[in-house]
Design a protein around this ligand. Structure first.
Ligand code: ADP
Length: 348
């Protein structure tokens, strides 16, 4: 049995932009996700991070085929899910679930918690009425709620409790993979850690794999095994968590790390965080998409898109100054020399 559970290969999602009364004229394309490949191993957490609008949510939905890809493949347990028929897709949904960001919007207000949690069991034909009741009670216990909560409605709960219900619903049919789409972003900071700890605890008890979407690295520091950093529809770096934090290789990863406030105030503000806006996915820059905000950009970066090699998509990843140093004023003289040499040799 391969240890890879989910494999995305060159996934893309392009949305046409249309104009006119009946929207018949195509005036452009939003490249929401534009050639993304990654794997999630059994029982691990792969985090997808990046600024709002870089394509994380779209990637999450593609991974579960909640939306259809414009190109590329997704394999789950070795099976291509992009070509499954309805029956096979339903069987896949039993094994791969999603927890949404907004626990207020994702619960049906007319359902009791018992109804919310037994619905997936009914949909998949799991058990009878008595065993479903028992399963609902078990699920409530798993997520730290009490049996008497089963009879209540969603609006009777706090945000953190609602997210626990959302997690219980995702777990109802016994999935192997849970896609967590910003599962704590809508919660109070004081509640976030509780929900993150619950997710970690459940992972260990149930052997779950997570594809964990978050816009900042501070949240994923506590959950991820590996981290993939997205920028404008592409993955620019993917590393084991410890390696990524100790030695971020892509300039964009460094900027994201620099944006996390340092716990020691005297060490804050040494690195100037990333300026400028995310360019539009309607019209991404040529070559490396990050070049318009990159302090290290060279001519080659506009001409040639860097491939993801050894976990990093940057022509000059090996020539950058050591991470953690103040490079806000530009390149260290040594790195400048090395970059000049690279440019002359035409090698990356
Ligand atoms: P993230 O989750 O990183 O915030 P999204 O995946 O939600 O990013 O969106 C990526 C880009 O695709 C954004 O520019 C967004 O506006 C665009 N987008 C997402 N969904 C649609 C859609 N249904 N139609 C058109 N554009 C979309």
């Amino acid at each position: 049995m391969s240890d890879v559970l989910l494999e995305a290969e060159d996934l893309a999602k392009h949305y046409p932009v249309t104009e006119g009364l009946i929207r018949a004229k195509r005036v452009g394309t939003v490249r929401a996700v534009d050639g993304v490949s990654f794997t999630v191993r059994r029982g691990e957490t792969l985090a997808l991070v990046g600024e709002s609008g870089c394509g994380k949510s779209t990637t999450a939905r593609l991974a579960l085929r909640l939306i259809e890809p414009s190109a590329g493949r997704v394999r789950f347990d070795g099976v291509d899910i992009t070509t499954l028929d309805r029956a096979a897709l339903k069987a896949f949904r039993r094994r791969a679930q999603i927890v949404f960001q907004d626990p207020y919007a994702s619960l049906n207000p007319r359902y009791t918690v018992a109804q919310t949690l037994s619905e997936p069991l009914e949909v998949h034909g799991i058990g009878d009425a008595a065993s479903r009741r028992a399963r609902v009670e078990e699920l409530l216990g798993l997520v730290g709620l009490a049996p008497f909560h089963a009879a209540r409605y969603g609006h009777e709960f706090s945000g953190g409790q609602r997210q626990r219900i959302g997690i219980a619903r995702a777990l109802a049919a016994g999935p192997d993979l849970v896609v967590c789409d910003e599962p704590v972003s809508a919660l109070d900071v004081s509640i976030q850690a509780q929900v993150v700890n619950l997710l970690r605890d459940l992972q260990q008890r149930l052997g779950l794999a997570y594809l964990f979407i978050a816009h900042d690295l501070a949240v994923v520091k506590h959950v991820a095994d590996r981290i993939a950093v997205m920028y404008l529809g592409r993955i620019v770096e993917v590393q084991e968590k410890a390696a990524l934090f100790a030695n971020p290789r892509h300039p964009y990863t460094r900027a994201l790390l620099a944006a996390i406030p340092h716990p020691d105030p005297s060490r804050r503000g040494r690195i100037v965080p990333l300026g400028g806006d995310l360019p539009s996915p309607l019209n991404p820059p040529s070559g490396c998409r990050f070049r318009t905000r990159c302090p290290f950009a060279q001519a080659r970066c506009a001409a040639e898109e860097p491939a993801l090699v050894d976990g990093v998509a940057c022509h000059f990843a090996d020539a950058l100054p050591p991470a953690g140093l103040d490079f806000s004023g530009g390149l260290a003289p040594n790195a400048q020399r090395r970059l000049a040499l690279y440019a002359k040799a035409g090698a990356g």
